[in-house]
Design a protein around this ligand. Sequence first.
Ligand code: MG
Ligand code: ZN
Length: 370
Amino acid sequence: MKQLLILPGILFLLAQGTGTARKEPSIEKRPKNIILMVGDGMGLTQITAGLYSNNNTLFLEQFPVTGLIKTHSSRHIVTDSGAGATAFSCGCKTYNGAIGVCKDKKPCPTILEQAEEQGFATGLVSTSSITHATPASFIAHVPDRADMETIATYFLKTDIDLFIGGGMKYFNRRTADQRNLVGELQEKGYVVNDYSEQKLSDLKPSPDKPFAWFSAAEEPEGVNKGRDYLPVAARMAPEFLKKRSEKGFFLMIEGSQIDWASHANNAPNTVREMLDFNAAIGAALQFAEADGETLIVITADHETGGMALEQSRSPDTLDMTFTTKVHTASMVPVFAYGPGAEQFNGVYDNTAIYDKMIALWEFQPKVEKR
Ligand code: MG
Ligand code: ZN
């Protein structure tokens, strides 16, 4: 394997951000609602593989603005999902494994918490456990992503209006203490439902009460095993949150398992997960088109697998290969639609996703910059 020549101190420079400051376009119209969609591990090649496996079309083509983000974390050129999501949620470069804490390990107020403070409705949807690094980084503050039971307690510390994902055992079969967080959520007024009782598609949650649906006791299955709730959730959540606050809402939707399929170097499953995420994008887009006040930002925390598309023997088929089992440092794309979308054009750090979202909402930045 060839080694990239890395100049001394480049990691320090990376963390500081050496890019020339760019002037943001003036804001024409501010969004009332923001839907941030994260395809975990969704690099350009995963997107392309999905595209050509789907009759050469994806909903992403309907997004008028595209950008690229630099995904490195504070100490490594290759990020993990904790540092990657904390860049989006808090706007700081942090170390790999961090959840809602900057590199000094101090909790950083997240955009979800800031939105709640301002009276917005908030939601998290994921196809991993809801305590997994990506969703956790928007609601919890722990130095180590493996601490799932502590992460679960943060769902009681905020007033999140809706969450959908797996990992129910971290709430109701805890090893660190005897708390039953499902019961505590219900006492707090939540309607809590789960995979063992009803499918998400059979539920019509009333916006009078906050809502949680657990998709699995542990990690949800892959699309290849029949998991189908992500597009359902992407349709349900914006409609639900819209009715929960006059001010607007913040919703993060994650397609978690693009990453896992690419870690496994499983090309067919990578495509399945990509197209499941595409269906969720279609549902969110349909809401935003009708609503007219919703910004959708779609990006990834990093690429996974060093995926490549090669010509196969037959001229019109693709050979999908991988160069690694782990994450890579490639920049990943950003797609934006709706009021404020123009802000997301260009090449910038992953932390700027947070900066741009809070600038559009006129929230004050809460953490010292890098
Ligand atoms: Mg994730
Ligand atoms: Zn990963």
